[in-house]
Structure formats: C-alpha cells, structure tokens
Design a protein around this ligand. Structure first.
Ligand code: A3P
Length: 917
C-alpha cells in the first residue's frame, strides 16, 4: 500500500466517505457536460417536473421554476468544468468517460549502436598492489560542503566505499604495508589539488602513477570571470561563469560505460557558473559538450567535461566544468570513478525492475480499471517486454471487493481474471486491514478467505510473495504477520520502504527475518491519489523531470534491484503508471548501457541477498525514533518497555554484584531472568538477536508509571561483542552504559575457574598455564578457550569500539576493585551518572560480611544476603609464571587503557598503575 490507507473492513459508509474525501481532494474526471446531463438523478427530475405540473399558481411559480432550472444547469455546467467533476460524475452517472492518457514527449536521438567501453587494465602488477575493494578518496572543502555531500551521497547510493578527507595541510595514509588503499582520487575543488604544496602533490602523484589511479575533479565557481585563462601546469584553457544549454556526449570517449550518448539534453543546464575547457594537447578528449545560452557568444559547442589521458605526466584526470546538480554528471561521475580506477571501482550494469500493482479489486468505485484499461495494461506490458526481457506486472489482490465497482469496472475485474496467466499474482489481506492491528488468528482468517477466493477464481497462490498494507507489520516486525504469512501463503519474500527508514531513500536496505526475505522497495511517486497527470503534485513537469534524469530515473540507475509499488487506480483514470514506466524505461535505455531484466519476486529476493549477503542480518531500530514506525507498531507495545541502561560487562569483574545492588534500588527495575542463560538475557550478542525485539521486550515489565522507572539489563558478554555496540545504538540510542574493569589477568584467571566450575571439558583438560600460552597451532577447542579467556581483558580495544557509536557521556567505567571494597561510594556515583531519583542510601543496605569476605545486602538488622557460591569462589592463587605471561600479554593493552582512561578524565586505578610499573 502506498500513502493512503483504505479504510476497509469497516462499514461501506466509511469506505464511501473515504472515497469522496479522496476524490474531492485529488481526482478529476474528464466526463463531458453532455454525459453528466444524460445521467441526472431521478429526484432532481421529480422536483423540476413538479414545478411545471402544478397549473393553478401559474406565472409566478413558473418563473421561479424556470430560474431554478437555470441555476441547476449553471451549477452542473460549472461543476462539470471544475476539479469536482469526478464527484459529480459519480453522483450523477454510472458510466465512466475518461480523458486521453498522457503521451511521452521524449524522443531518443542518440545513435542506435553505441560502444560500451570496458574499463580494464593490463597492468597486472599495479592492480595487485591495490587492496581488494579499494576505496574512493574524496577531498572536500569542509565536512558539510554541498558538492562534497552530493559526491558522498552518490557513492553511498551505489554502495561504493569511500574515505572523506577535508583538504588540509597533510594527506591521509595512502598505503598500508605497501598496499594501495584508494582506487580513485576525487577533489571536490580541483584548484585545491593544484594548490597542494610540492611535497604533498608529489606524494599524491607518485601514488597515482604507481598504482594506476586517476583523479577526478570539479572546477569551482569564482565571482570573477576568467576568459581563456591557462590552468596552472596544464596545456588547458578555461572560461568560467558560463550559462549553458543543450548538452550532449562524445560517444567515442572511453570513459563512457554505464552512460550512453543518448542525444541532446535540450534546454538550459542548471546553474550559471559553468567552466568550459579548451585543450592545447592531444592528451585531452572531450566527454561532454554544451552550447552557450547567451546569444552573443559564438554558437559553437563548448567542452564541459574533459578527459586527460595522461600522455603528458602519466596521470589520467577527468575534469568537470559543472557540478552534480546536472543529472547527466551523476552518471558520468560513476563512469569516471570506474575508468580512473581501471575498473576496480566499477558497478554492475545489470538492473532488475519489478512493478507491483497493489489494490487489485480494492480501489473504490470510480477509481478502478475498466476492460479497456486492462487491455491497455496488457499492450503496455507487451511493449515493455521488448525493452525489458521478462517484464510482467505483479498483481496484489484482495478478493473481498471483486466486482464492487461500476458495471464497466466490474468488467475490468473480469477481464483481469480472463488474463490471469499473463501476470504474476500475490495475495493481500481479504479486507485490506493493517496487520499490526490484528492477532495471528485474525490474520490467518483474513488470508484464508483471500486464498479461497484465489483458488475459486483460478489465481495462482504459489508466488511466495506478499506485501502488507502501509508496510504495517513488516518493519517494525509484527511477529504474528510473519507467522500467518508462512502458514497460509508460504510467503518467503516481501518488500518494504521502511527499513531502516523511509528517508533517506539511498539508505534503504533488505534483511531476512525468520526465513522471510524483506527487500527494499523504491518510491516512484505513484500513490492511490496520483491518478491524473494534470493533478500530479507540483504538476506534470515534476513527474516528467523525475522520469527524464531525475529521481525515478536515478533510482533505477543506482539500484541493482528496484521494486516499485503502484496501485490499481494508477492504471485506470489517466493510466499514469503506464506512461510513467514506459517513459522511464525508454529514457534509461536511451541514456545508459544498463541491461534491464524482470524476474519473479522469489528469484529477485535470492538475487538480492546473493549480491548483498552482508545485509541478511537485520539491525533492529528504535520504533519510537520514527513517527511512521510508531504508527505501524501494535498499540500494546511501548519503547518504555525497553531498558534505559545496560551493564555490559565484561564477565568476572563483579557484574552480578552490581546487578544485585542496582536491583535493590526502588526506582530501578531489572530484567526478568532468562531461563536459558540464568539471569542474563544476552540479546545483542548472539542468536537471540534474531528473535526480534518483541522477544527482547518480554524480559521487561510493561511499565505503569514509565518515566519514573529505570529498566535495565546486565549481559556481561556485551562488552567484547563485535556487533553489539552497533546493535545497541540502533535500538537504544540514548541508553547509558556501565562497564567494569579489574586487573585483566585476574579476570582471566577467575574466568578460567568459572569455566571449570561449569564443567567445561576443555578447561578441565588443560591447566591455566596451558590455556594462556596456547599458540595458533593448538587444537581448535583450546584456541577458542584461550581467546574467550584473554580477549575481554583487552579493555581499551573494546571500549574504543563502544565509543565509535556512543558519546563518552553515555558510558561509565567502574573500577571493579573499588566496587568490591567500597560498593557504597560506587553506587552513589552510579546514581548520579544515571540521574536516578530518589537517591537511595546504600550505607543502610550494604554491609561487609566477614564470612563471605564481600559486601552483602542487609536483609534484617543482623542478617545479610550474599551472592551465591558461584561468586567469590575459593581457588588457589595464581602462580608466578602464569602472572608473568599475563603481565606481558596485557602490557600494550594496559598502556592503551591508561591513555584512554586519562583521555576520558577518570583517575587511573591503582592496580593499573601497578601493572604498568
Ligand atoms: P570470583 O568468583 O572469581 O572471586 P561476575 O559477577 O561478573 O561473574 O564476577 C564475579 C566476581 O565478582 C567474583 O569473582 C568476585 O570476585 C567479584 N565480586 C565483587 N563484589 C562481589 C560481591 N559483593 N560478592 C561476590 N562477588 C563479588
């Protein structure tokens, strides 16, 4: 579903009121005055005829009646010629008269056969010396400069890795162990490259020659116009501040790969600050030309993008005389990156496009397809098949509304079913309700009804694909929808615009949840209400510019797989969808060498995750961070049921003691214990994460007076988990984090004894010394145990990872030795860090227990409750050789820890000072 929710499953009155609302807002029918008059309703005729049949009150009454008729005729006439025609036609008339569907104004004038230049190199050596999957190094003017932003946005949209560097006095490291890191160098402002000091320029140019890496630069605009000025150090002359029009490409230029010389882009080019180039050497080949807009310039074509083949100094450069506001430059930019990296940064030329038509049988009366519209759909599909092998529209239906339109529309429904095998089909909800409002049982009933309808009308039910109205239930995940989908339809693939968020579109991604592939869906501007071109938001020119190089065109160019959602109403009325897709596909064919294909959704899903296997694991976001997500989240869910802080570990530093002390506080609420992991939930670090956030939330009470309660959980393995900080940041961006550190060697030793106490076979088999001295040639189980034993103690490395995602103000690091010896002051500090009220006086509630040798909870005047036998275990002290191995092992990590701790303005723990002596 698009942006307009159909209120179905409620009464027909509701439905009609939606329809009228929607129509009077947006719809315009081309019903002629004649047809409106022929269809006047009976009531009106009765009133008018009454006027003339009552003969006794003769003249006056007749005059009034005549005036009445005149007024009615005038009203009908004016309405028939106004944006309310559709409303009138549906009230007065059951027959639909449609206007002419729009026709494409675009003609491709490029040569039929164009060459695709493949960007490859014979210089095997230099290729080998570059790292696999090199990055683009982008030098920008500032962190937020406009062109710099456009550059990085295109790179992100095309999933090309880059490093952004604000141009300055020094260069970033270009190599790593003699391996080149960057495949293309980009300067947002080419003059900054010219202005580099000799040392840096030399260094950069040596790098480019050595690794066969080229440079792409944009000419900046200046207030002062330069005419025929020579570019410093190059046999190239520039003329700046030009206004230009009618751009075309040089089909012979080897940079063209994705881009095809499609003829002329007619009209003014964006901006009036273009630079044009005049070369004085054969090393230069024009890539793009345009004509001056101002007539007093000679009407010769001027070079606006130029390639320096590197004949003079061995470096290839591509110079742009205009920025990326011109759509064609966005394509040339991608080709430039590919060419200058000799193919190492090329994107694929294959594109898959699938168009879903949702709301089949659903749209309200007057907005549906007639038999003629279905005919037009089939014809369009055939034309598209010529351009895109395999093209088939993918139809999503809700059987409840079959034949519920006007008679002509009912014939349209029938015609769709006559041609059932010409399309792909997917089942929707029976009454089109939003899934997040329904239970699994209700969902199953809905789906079953639709399935029965499909079976009895010969509609295939095995596509394995479905979508949800309004993306509801897909993301944020409504588990009952996934269950019902699997059970009733065996759904294995769906699509949504909402993951991770609707905007920015270039960041939309896919994920797999419980074996259902969720593919990113793209936006094409066609919704339930965009049904007439002259009423298209912003006017026809907005749609046309989206098609002719704008958003829609770029969506197809930048995304290897595009799934678009359209609606039945876009294929009746003006048939705007047919116009849109035929036009954009023709435009893509004209201006690119992309190979377009359409395959069924299931294959598309497999293709997607084959291309992007790294996307399969979801990253659960916080539904409350996006109002669209809250709207499609079940009412009984609340972000208040998520923790406000986490104790992240690592293990064996006193995390259980801290957890217990925190849970004593009247305003703090701990998670319910997990039956699988004892007290710990362990959500963010392992397989539990894939159970989804509903599963996680079940560990916390539904808050009554939410804001005054501090929910938290403690999972001591979060600390060192590679993916954990990223996941926590996505779901709990404002959460506070509590880490505890003790001497890392002591921690390792305690952990080893913990494993032995839990009957770990490897720990029982090997001595502590054997574990900590195991080499990489040791048996795998021993190596694994060694890593788990030693890794968490590399504190600085792990804390830095957390700080990549969270500001230091959200993290506190507790000295575990102090927690053990003086828990009251630690708990006081912690209350202040967490901003918890009321302040809890731990002096009254914690007491040192001589028998246990630790602080314990005061239960009664003379009674304490200590942690169980698993905490504060008795084991022999560590021997000297073990201590020595650990001291050496942790030396560099402890140095880094001291630096980090000082940077974060903590006082350095005594044990760390001792360790570093
Ligand atoms: P040992 O059992 O090796 O002595 P965790 O709860 O993170 O697994 O940490 C367990 C460690 O917490 C214990 O390790 C113990 O030294 C320490 N600890 C700190 N304060 C404690 C307390 N009040 N009661 C019990 N153990 C405590």
């Amino acid at each position: 579903m698009g942006d307009q929710e159909y209120i179905l499953g409620r009464s027909e009155v509701d439905r009609d009121s939606w329809r009228e609302r929607n129509r009077s807002d947006h719809a315009v029918y081309s019903t002629s005055l004649g047809s409106s008059l022929l269809c006047r309703p009976r009531r009106m005729w009765q009133k008018i005829s009454l006027c003339f049949t009552s003969s006794r009150k003769a003249t006056n009454r007749k005059l009034i009646c005549a005036a009445l008729v005149l007024v009615i005729l005038l009203v009908i006439y004016s309405i028939a010629d106004s944006p309310h025609r559709s409303f009138m036609s549906s009230v007065l008339c059951s027959s639909l008269v449609r206007g002419q569907p729009p026709e494409s104004v675009f003609r491709c004038t490029g040569a039929d056969n164009s060459t695709i230049h493949h960007h490859t190199t014979n210089q095997k050596n230099s290729e080998n010396r570059l790292r696999d999957g090199p990055k683009v190094l982008v030098f920008t003017e500032t962190q937020h400069s406009r062109l710099g932003k456009s550059i990085t946005e295109i790179l992100v949209a095309n999933r090309i890795k880059y490093k952004m560097e604000v141009v300055g006095k020094s260069l970033p490291l270009l190599t790593n162990l003699s391996v080149g890191k960057y495949g293309t160098i980009v300067f947002e402002n080419f003059e900054r490259y010219l202005q580099l000091d000799d040392w840096n320029k030399d260094l950069l140019e040596k790098y480019m020659r050595h690794y066969s890496v080229g440079l792409l630069g944009f000419m900046p605009s200046h207030e002062e116009t330069q005419v025929g000025a020579k570019l410093r150090g190059f046999p190239l002359y520039v003329h700046t501040n030009m206004a230009l029009e009618n751009a075309s490409l040089n089909g012979e230029n080897p940079v063209l790969r994705l881009t095809r010389a499609g003829g002329t882009v007619t009209g003014s080019l964006p901006g009036t600050d273009w630079t044009v180039f005049t070369p004085d050497s054969n090393s230069y080949i024009p890539l793009e030309w345009a004509y001056p807009s101002i007539t007093h310039y000679a009407q010769e074509k001027l070079c606006t993008v130029i390639l320096d083949k590197g004949d003079i100094d061995g470096i290839q450069r591509l110079l742009f005389g205009g920025n990326l506001d011109f759509w064609l430059h966005r394509l040339l930019f991608l080709d430039g990156i590919s060419y200058l990296s000799v193919g190492r940064l090329s994107i694929s030329l294959e594109r898959h496009v699938l168009v879903d038509i949702d709301d089949i049988f659903v749209a309200p009366k007057g907005n549906r397809m007639t038999a003629d519209d279905v005919e037009a759909l089939l014809e369009s599909q055939e034309r598209l098949q010529e351009l895109v092998p395999g093209w088939k529209f993918n139809l999503g239906f809700s059987g409840k509304y079959y034949r519920k339109g006007y008679p002509e529309e009912a014939m349209g429904d029938e015609k769709l079913l006559e041609n059932v095998d010409k399309f792909w089909w997917f089942g929707h909800m029976w009454s089109h309700t939003q899934p997040h409002k329904l239970t699994q049982k209700e969902l199953e009933i809905q789906m079953q009804l639709n399935k029965q309808f499909a079976v009895s009308h010969g509609i295939p039910t095995d596509s394995g694909y479905s979508v949800a109205p309004h993306h509801s239930g897909v993301y944020p995940v409504h588990e009952p929808l996934y269950d019902a989908w699997k059970k009733v339809w065996n759904v294995r693939v769906t699509s949504s615009e909402e993951y991770p968020h609707l905007y920015p579109a270039r960041l939309r991604r896919g994920f797999i949840h419980r074996n259902i592939m969720v593919l990113p869906r793209q936006t094409c501007g066609l919704f339930t209400h965009t049904i007439f071109i002259d009423k298209y938001p912003g006017g026809r020119q907005v749609l046309d510019s989206s098609i002719h190089g704008g958003e829609l065109f770029q969506t197809i160019v930048f995304n290897p797989i595009s799934i678009f959602m359209t609606h039945l109403s876009n294929y009746g009325n003006d048939r705007l969808a047919l116009y849109t897709f035929e036009s954009v596909i023709k435009f893509v064919k004209c201006w690119t060498n992309l190979v377009l294909r359409t395959i069924p959704p299931l294959q598309l899903g497999e293709k997607y995750f084959h291309l992007y296997p790294e996307e399969a694991d979801p990253i659960w976001g916080n539904p409350c961070a996006d109002h669209r997500h809250i709207e499609i989240w079940a009412r009984n869910k609340s972000c208040e049921q998520l923790p406000k802080f986490l104790v992240i570990g690592p293990q064996k530093t006193g995390t259980t003691a801290l957890y217990t002390f925190l849970a004593m506080h009247p305003a703090i609420v701990a998670n319910y214990p997990s039956p699988e992991t004892f007290e710990e939930v362990q959500f963010f670090n392992g397989k539990n994460y894939f159970k989804g956030i509903d599963w996680y939330m079940k560990f916390f009470p539904v808050p009554k007076n939410s804001s005054s309660k501090f929910l938290f959980e403690k999972s001591a393995t979060y600390f060192e988990g590679e993916v954990v900080p990223k996941r926590v940041k996505a779901l709990l961006p404002t959460a506070k984090l509590v880490a505890i550190i003790i001497p890392p060697g002591r921690r390792a030793y305690s952990w080893y004894h913990h494993m032995r106490a839990h009957h770990d076979m490897t720990a029982l088999q090997y001595t502590f010394y054997e574990v900590i001295t195991a080499t990489d040639k040791a048996p795998r189980l021993l190596r694994d145990l060694r890593n788990k034993c030693l890794n968490p103690g590399m504190y600085a490395k792990h804390i830095e990872r957390w700080l990549d995602y969270f500001p230091a103000s959200q993290l506190t690091i507790i000295d575990g030795e102090e927690l053990r010896n003086d828990p009251v002051s630690i708990m006081n500090d912690l209350q202040r860090f967490l901003n918890i009220e009321p302040f809890y006086n731990y002096t009254e509630h914690l007491r040192y227990d001589k028998r246990k040798g630790f602080f314990c909870q005061v239960i009664e005047e003379d009674k304490t409750k200590c942690l169980g036998r698993g905490k504060g275990r008795i084991y022999p002290p560590m021997n000297e050789s073990e201590a020595k191995v650990l001291k050496d092992f942790y030396q560099s990590y402890n140095v880094a820890l001291e630096k980090l701790i000082t940077r974060l303005e903590y006082s350095v723990p005594t044990w760390l000072e001792d360790d570093l002596q």
